[in-house]
Design a protein around this ligand. Sequence first.
Ligand SMILES: [Zn+2]
Ligand SMILES: [Zn+2]
Length: 782
Amino acid sequence: MADPVLLSSLRIPAVRSRPSSTCLQWSADGQVFFVSNSAVYILTPHHAGIHPGCNVRGDKETPCTLQWSRTIINLEKRDLRDWSTGSQEWAALSLGSFDFHVKDVACSPSYVTEDGGCVAAVLSSNMDLSLWSASKNSIQGEWIKASVFDATPFLVDLVSNGASPPVLSQLLQAQITSIAWSRQADFAIRPAPCTDASLLAAGSRAGTVCFLRFDGRVASLHHIRTVRVSKKWVTHLAFSSWMHEGDFQCSGLLAYSTSDGSVGLAKIHLMAQNATKDFGTFNPEYIVDTAFEVTEGIFSADQGGTTALEWITSQERMILVRCRPGAIDLWRNQSVCSWSGIRTLTICPHVLSVGSSELHPVTGIVYVLQEDILLVSLFDGTMRVIHKVFVDPQWSSESPSSLNSQCLSEAVRRIFVGTMQGIEQEEVTNNDVNRISGLISFDGCATLLWTQQSFRPADLSWKIEARRDAVLIAAHLSRHVNWTGDNFFHELKEILTSSQSAYGVTPSHLLRPVFLWLSELPDLHVDILKFLRSLPVSCPSQCHFPPWSEGLGEKLRGKFRKSLVRSLFGCDKLLSLRLRLYVTEALSRCIRTPSGRTECIQVAEFICKMISHMTTRCLLRHLRTVVPVLIANDMPFVRRAIYLSSLADSPPAVQSAARDLMDAISALQPPIVSHARLCGEVAMTEPCPACGEELDTTATARPACPNGHLWDCCAVTSFIMATPMVRSCTGCKRKSFLPLSRQSEPAMPNWLPPMAQSWVVEELLEASSRCLYCGNNFVSIV
Ligand SMILES: [Zn+2]
Ligand SMILES: [Zn+2]
């Protein structure tokens, strides 16, 4: 095996971490959640020279290729619930309140909050559940508790069913001992409905699992169902991926483990249904019905208990991985496959230091699809590799060139020795144990990310305890066996053309492997550019909506916004273009030659234009529908949309949609704008916010007035931004006005310029919760 390559070592001082397979996890926004004893660290990698934060520099630890930004979720002890107020019984007390710490985190899918981000469910040792989301800046800013909502009182109210105080058996149902959040489901509806179908499962001390769904609009949870699965505590939960079952239906499995070590399954069915019976004016809205059935147990009670529970998926095939001290059990039920039922692999001892033991808990489970291998890390810093997982799982492999447990463990140990000697300036000996408390894959292959902590079991001095730092390591442990440019292009094409908007995953999460390779494969840059240029573009066909007939009001605005969201962010072809743009812009930063950079910029401009034509076309279609309720205030924006769509380089479909809209507005009685004003070039001029001189906003990206005042234009509405109430894209840095709903106090004046004070502009800003160009999330400062 080739030597491991260290990409980054980020030190997180004075942190005690807990061994668990969920200690490190990726959110669908491309952030790493690291669960330590006292806080949850949220780390964001910088890709290919792109700093995702606002303007602040990231952490600089070592001169490695990969850098990080970070922020934290701080759980305060004063927030913990006193369970004795609900019941005086001994059984209701929580010992976790004495040694208060973060126990687990479950990240929601992305695109569930109002600003298109994730929510983190945080479980404390006191069995309190709380929900957290970013207030303004998810990368470097503060994460706050969902303000109007606290999950534990909600659960107590739920179980007590109106009776107060709740009896002991009810209170135990509100004491949460394990959590898991499912991924988003794809019902194969296009454009994707952008309806949250994901479920938060909360296992309790009473042996029940409570299924909840997050409502981003009001930042609260809805109770879906509580299912009793056991009489013991529910200690582990793991959702499988959703499988599409046809006719707007999906199904998935929730595996649960209880305190006696037994494991069982609950089957979940999701059905998407039209929210209203009649077909309305806009894109139809959907609601998700959910049904449950508890099926048989898989593993019976086991003395050691479960230490990790996870599903691995390969092309619609699934295996449940259950770890217990000294063994790994695999379970699979599809009988048509090469194996089914239970396979148990006993973990052999592997001594790397004085603390090595095969009985340590498993702290990371990584499945590498390309090679059909399962990498497993133990708390003692050793690694194990299971080969041919879906064919015939076994420890050893016939091929001498492939990864094996011994050499992978030694590679991890070499990195530990190298990095610790750099930090501690002491020699690392056999007495130093490398505690790996969590391990995940960085790129879906064997570029791994783990947390290491040095520990000397024989040294009892307080100094060692006090100096406990966690180090987050990213390293290539092995390349694909047949790693070539062809593989890279195959993977790139797969991501660019097959990614589905229904999952709501951000481009920065999807493209992380590509960005890693971009900086490491400079020889391929010219070919990558050729490839990006050669990918075909197709516009989805669009049918007309019937005109709106019910007048202007909240009902129209809500439907208009939801329909826009679905058209702008539920379209796979638009997502594919956004991914291409993001790769091209990243490439322009990595490419060495000036001519290559110029060419990159040309390709990026071309893709930008395509995106802008597709979004304008969907906007024109929505505007055409609401012509009967347009008013004079809406005209400056409508004129801009018409002007930009009528330019010579617009595709015929966009030009004809603009003409259609123009004719419909001209036919309005009484007229709200003259035909001449509707299509003239004057559409793009705007008074300078400083001196009032007219300035043309089409000329450059940053227009200047005759007196030299320079302005940024909003990437969503094209109006000049002379306000601090703006947001900036974490991917491409384009800026846009903050939607008016983000006002921190009700009395705040409208920050949109007078020309943009139109309900259409307001709803477009609300609908654009992500960047229209590269599809990433926004962050704001104010
Ligand atoms: Zn001026
Ligand atoms: Zn962007």
